[in-house]
Design a protein. Structure first.
Length: 316
C-alpha cells in the first residue's frame, strides 16, 4: 500500500464527507493505493455516524472511536499503530489542510528520501493576535530549544516514512513535537514544504490561546526528556553532588574555624551559616536520591494504554 492518511478529529461531522471525496479524487488521479484512517477523539456530534457510513461505502475508509476525548496525540498514536502504508500522511479534518499537497509530500519521502516532511503554512487565514503571533513565538522557541530547523511545528499536514511512525511514541500533547521525537529517535533527515492553508469552512476551532501555554510547557518537558530522560542520574546526581560538596565544605570550614581560630566564640549551631550549610547538604542528598529513584523507575517502567477504544471500522 502506498499511503495511509491518518486524520484525528473532534466534532467535525460537517467536513468529513467533503474531505474524504477530495482525498479520494487526489488518490485516484495519481493512481495511489491508500487507506484513510479516521480517529474520532470522543466527538459528541454525528462524526462517528458519518465515518461509519463512509466505511460501509468504501473499503479504504477505516475508523477508530475513542471512549472519550483523550487528545490529539493519543489519536495520532492509535492511527500510527494501525497504519499500513509505506508513507503516512497526517492532516486535520477541518478542511484547512489541502489534500492536493499529498502527491508532492509522497514524492519527497519516496524520491528525495526524507524521513519526515512537515508542512509550513506560510500564509495563514487565522487571527493574527490569537494564533499567528503566538505561533511565531512558539516556533522560534521550539527551533532554539530542539535544534530542528522548521518554521511551523504546529502544522498538522505532515508525511512520514512507515518506520518513523512505528518507532516514535506520541503521548501527552507531544503531537506538536513529532519532528523532535523523530530526531531523538535517529530519524534526522527532516524536510519542510510550504503548503496551502485554507480558511475554516465549517464549525469553530477546537484550540484556544491556552494551547501555546501548554506547548511551551511541553517544550520544556521534551527538552529535559531528550537530554536526561534515559539518564536522570546525570542531572540529579550531578546537582546533588555539587550542592552536597558545597554544603559540606562550608560546614568543614566552620568546624576548623571553631576548633583552631575561634575556640571561645559562639557555638557553631548559633551561627546562621551552619544552617545554610546543613540545608545545602540535605537538598543535595535529596537530588541524589531523586536521581536514583528516576533510574529505578526507568528500569521498571511498564507501558500502559493511554486511551480506550470504543469501536473500530474495517480494522483488524
Amino acid at each position: 500500500m502506498n499511503i495511509s492518511v491518518v486524520i484525528p478529529l473532534l466534532n467535525e461531522q460537517e467536513s468529513l464527507t467533503e474531505l474524504h471525496d477530495w482525498i479520494a479524487k487526489v488518490m485516484a488521479a495519481n493512481h495511489f493505493s491508500y487507506e484513510i484512517i479516521f480517529i474520532d477523539d470522543g466527538s459528541t456530534d454525528a462524526s462517528w455516524d458519518t465515518i461509519k457510513q463512509l466505511s460501509e461505502q468504501y473499503d479504504h475508509v477505516k475508523g477508530i472511536r475513542f471512549l472519550r476525548n483523550f487528545g490529539k496525540s493519543q489519536a495520532l498514536h492509535a492511527g500510527f499503530e494501525k497504519a499500513k502504508g509505506d508513507v503516512i500522511i497526517t492532516m486535520d479534518a477541518d478542511l484547512q489542510d489541502n489534500p492536493n499537497e499529498i502527491p508532492e509530500l509522497y514524492q519527497m519521502i519516496t524520491a528525495d528520501n526524507f524521513d519526515l516532511v512537515s508542512g509550513w503554512k506560510k500564509k495563514r487565514y487565522d487571527s493574527v493576535i490569537s494564533k499567528n503571533l503566538p505561533s511565531k513565538l512558539f516556533n522560534w522557541a521550539a527551533r532554539k530549544t530542539s535544534g530542528v530547523k522548521l518554521n511551523d511545528f504546529n502544522c498538522g499536514l505532515k508525511a512520514y516514512k512507515h518506520e518513523v511512525v512505528k518507532n516514535i511514541d506520541v503521548h501527552g500533547e507531544m503531537h506538536r513535537y513529532i519532528p523532535v521525537l523523530s530526531k531523538n529517535a535517529g530519524f534526522s533527515n527532516i524536510g519542510e514544504k510550504v503548503v496551502q492553508h485554507q480558511a475554516r469552512k465549517y464549525g469553530e476551532t477546537k484550540f484556544g490561546i491556552d494551547r501555546f501555554i501548554h506547548g511551551f510547557l511541553d517544550l520544556i518537558t521534551i527538552w529535559f526528556l531528550s537530554r536526561f530522560g534515559r539518564r536522570p542520574m546525570h542531572l540529579f546526581g550531578a546537582l546533588g553532588f555539587i550542592m552536597f560538596a558545597i554544603g559540606f565544605s562550608f560546614a568543614l570550614y566552620l568546624g576548623i574555624d571553631k576548633l583552631y581560630f575561634n575556640p571561645f566564640g559562639r557555638l557553631i549551631t548559633e551561627r546562621p551559616q551552619f544552617y545554610i550549610a546543613l540545608s545545602t547538604m540535605i537538598i543535595g542528598s535529596q537530588f541524589f536520591v531523586a536521581g536514583f529513584l528516576g533510574e529505578i523507575i526507568l528500569r521498571n517502567r511498564q507501558d500502559k494504554k493511554r486511551y480506550l477504544i470504543k469501536d473500530k471500522l474495517n480494522i483488524k
